[in-house]
Ligand binder design. Structure first.
Ligand SMILES: Nc1ncnc2c1ncn2[C@@H]1O[C@H](COP(=O)(O)OP(=O)(O)O)[C@@H](O)[C@H]1O
Ligand SMILES: [Mg+2]
Length: 231
């Protein structure tokens, strides 16, 4: 699959501390296609975050191979091509909500930011509206609840229309209705794009909103299309 966004073969990640070792990911093989909507489902400690960080090239595997055939050099993946929503909200404290959401656009556009200031402003305003954040635009992160921070982090991850969004339990701090509303907004935002979305979750109500469910259990990934079992 030359056009795949990510291809992984026998990917493992073992954490070692002295004598002990934890196999956080055990020989996972998968292909992430354009436009995929995947729930990475599994209990706490099953290896979801480990896998997302490998997919984002934030971490390197202990063994196995991962490649981003359609995305070019691994040095250029973030934030323009792959964006992350971290499990712990990670807004920049000195910046307002609006400035946090603008960040990926400004980083992608350092060469001629002056010329595009208007379009950045418009795109950020659209994203704030999409995620119901207009009233919070000028607030600082410390003034937000955990759930509001997650909404801002999701808006920031999707504003630049990356090719892959990896969201690590983005509804983990939200009640059911608010979590579903955030998913509604994200799915609608991506509706006519080929952006692939991978959401790590332990909530079946979130998993069933995606097209495909990959299961993680004690580091073992099942349900993913892999190059191993293609004929
Ligand atoms: N930096 C680390 N050092 C040692 N062990 C880790 C580290 N990160 C994760 N682990 C262990 O790897 C396993 C998978 O963790 P993680 O990927 O965070 O799972 P999940 O996101 O599904 O909760 C767990 O047993 C966890 O304790
Ligand atoms: Mg996790």
């Amino acid at each position: 699959m030359r056009d795949a966004l990510i291809e992984a073969q026998s990917l493992s990640r073992i954490y070692r501390h002295g004598e002990t070792q934890v196999v956080a990911l055990a020989s996972a093989s998968f292909v992430l296609e354009r436009g995929a909507r995947i729930a990475l489902a599994g209990r706490s400690g099953s290896g979801k975050t480990t896998l997302l960080h490998l997919m984002a090239a934030l971490d390197t595997p202990t063994s196995g191979v991962i490649a981003w055939p359609a995305l070019g050099s691994p040095d250029t993946l973030r934030p323009a091509k792959i964006s992350l929503v971290f499990q712990t909200p990670s807004l920049l404290e000195p910046l307002t909500v609006s400035e946090n959401v603008a960040l990926p656009l400004l980083m992608a556009d350092t060469a001629d930011s002056g010329a595009c200031a208007d379009s950045v402003e418009r795109t950020v305003a659209d994203a704030l509206a999409t995620f119901g954040l207009e009233a919070l635009a000028q607030k600082m992160p410390e003034e937000l609840s955990g759930g509001q921070m997650q909404r801002v982090a999701v808006a920031r991850a999707s504003v630049g229309r990356p090719l892959i969004i990896l969201a690590d339990e983005p509804t983990g701090q939200l009640d059911q209705a608010t979590g579903q509303a955030l998913l509604d907004a994200l799915i609608a935002h991506l509706a006519d794009t080929s952006t692939a979305l991978v959401i790590a979750t332990h909530d079946p109500a979130v998993s069933e909103r995606m097209n495909t469910i990959w299961h993680m259990e004690r580091g073992v990934l099942t349900g993913a299309g892999s190059t191993d079992n293609r004929t």
